[in-house]
Design a protein around this ligand. Structure first.
Ligand code: NZQ
Ligand code: ZN
Length: 385
């Protein structure tokens, strides 16, 4: 096991009615920015509950954060915070709204060009406003991590930054707030969470038994509960297990002390930037193909995954690896996500295009062994056509 430092400072309030806990978390004199997306929280009663919980505190509301939150929109929220001397950001929504809040919190007091926060991957941050989140879409793990992914449509860019300063101080996870999710969004969330586990687990053995067994449990819960929770959205316990699994998929615990890949995410972000494909759907396209292209270096873990997660015990090593990759593809497809570029009307010419963009940005060696070069990225995308 590699050395690690593990710290997760987010206090989670989980369950029915927990939005009321906001009142205990915020100081009476807090000046708040409530950040939201396109309006789902108006129609499902979540906004009403949040307004009740914040009570008489000073609150400004900013709606309109897009799926794949956009830099230019968020900079308008940053201006509002500067003007009104906001000290807490209260995102209410899915991963995009939470990620947007992290960028706003980081940008308000940032000296200089705020896009630098993305270009330095968060290393240049020295302060951020406080964040308290209400999550209405499980999947990204943004409710209990220090990561944020921001799009800049004007430049066709999508980049991530990570810094412990933007962990939410608290997050509210009430599974009932997710009952109104359209099938497409809850399926995306389950597939995203599953892929987060794969990115941290499906590398090479590192002697990390707790992390491995824990990762396998999170995947099994998503497999056992995910498709049923899509079909029966108001089954509380099933949805509660999905929500909690998604948090554990990316709150740092299973990734501590182990090698991590993240190449599927890097490649997937390019597909979203270029073609606007939903984040989780880009992963459903890239991951099965990446596993196949990297099957030699990931072989030991693919066999372990096949056996422990899918019960694959028969056949040659190569046949068991094939079966494990096919099970992964079938899981995405059972959730309703297409796993080929052609499912999104994207041609194979995207392969050299994405490779060229990574080359231009100097991302020449990604993956847990730094062996996924732009040439390998091109191969992965060609196989995903
Ligand atoms: O905007 P509103 O009206 O709220 O509608 C949203 C949006 O259209 C809707 N929605 C959310 N909660 C709802 C609801 N509709 C009905 N009922 C509810 N309870 O769902 C749509 C999609 O929301 P979005 O927040 O975009 O989805 P998701 O949570 O999948 O977030 C995706 C973003 O997160 C980033 C992705 O790259 C993408 O930009 N990621 C963030 C990560 C992180 N911070 O650690 C890691 C991930 O790998 C990911 O990259
Ligand atoms: Zn993701």
């Amino acid at each position: 096991m590699e050395n690690f430092t593990y710290f997760n400072p987010t206090r989670i309030h989980f369950g029915r009615g927990q939005i009321a806990a906001i009142d205990r978390e915020l100081p009476a004199e807090a000046r708040l920015l409530l950040l939201a997306g396109g309006g789902s929280i108006r129609s499902n009663g979540v906004l009403e509950q949040v307004r009740k919980a914040v009570g008489r505190r000073t609150v400004f509301e900013f709606f309109g954060v897009e799926a794949n939150p956009d830099f230019d929109t968020l900079m308008k929220a940053v201006e509002l915070c500067r003007r009104e001397r906001i000290d807490w950001i209260l995102p209410v929504g899915g991963g995009s709204v939470l990620d947007g809040a992290k960028f706003v919190a980081a940008a308000v007091n940032y000296p200089g060009d705020t896009w630098e926060i993305l270009l330095t991957r968060g290393d240049s941050l020295t302060s951020a406003l406080l964040i308290g989140a209400v999550l209405t879409l499980p999947g990204t793990g943004s409710e209990a991590n220090g990561a944020s992914v921001i799009s800049r449509r004007a430049r066709k860019e999508k980049l991530a930054f990570i810094n412990p300063l933007v962990f939410p101080r608290f997050s509210i996870l009430d599974p009932e707030t997710t009952f109104t999710l359209p099938e497409r969004q809850i399926s995306n969330g389950i597939a995203d969470a599953f892929t987060h586990v794969m990115e941290q687990y499906l590398t090479y053995p590192a002697g990390a038994a707790i992390q491995d067994r824990f990762a396998e449990s999170v995947m099994r819960v998503l497999i056992d509960e995910g498709p049923g929770s899509v079909k029966n959205p108001t089954d509380y316990d099933s949805r509660a297990n999905v929500v909690w699994a998604a948090t554990w998929a990316l709150n740092g615990a299973i990734g501590a002390g182990v090698p991590q890949d993240w190449a599927s995410h890097v490649i997937g972000h390019e597909l979203t930037a270029l073609h606007g494909i939903d984040h989780a759907r880009t992963l459903a396209v890239v991951m099965p193909s990446l596993l196949n292209v990297q099957r030699a270096t990931k072989g030991a873990k693919l066999l372990q995954y096949g056996e422990r997660v899918w019960g694959i015990r028969e056949g040659t090593e190569s046949a068991r690896i094939d079966a494990a990759i096919e099970k992964t593809r079938a899981f995405y497809e059972a959730l309703g996500l297409g796993t080929r570029l052609s499912d999104y009307n994207v041609g194979a010419s995207v392969a050299p295009e994405v490779a060229g963009r990574l080359r231009a940005r100097g991302e020449l060696a990604i993956g847990e062994r730094s062996d996924i070069t732009p040439e390998v990225v091109e191969k992965i995308l060609r196989q995903a056509a």
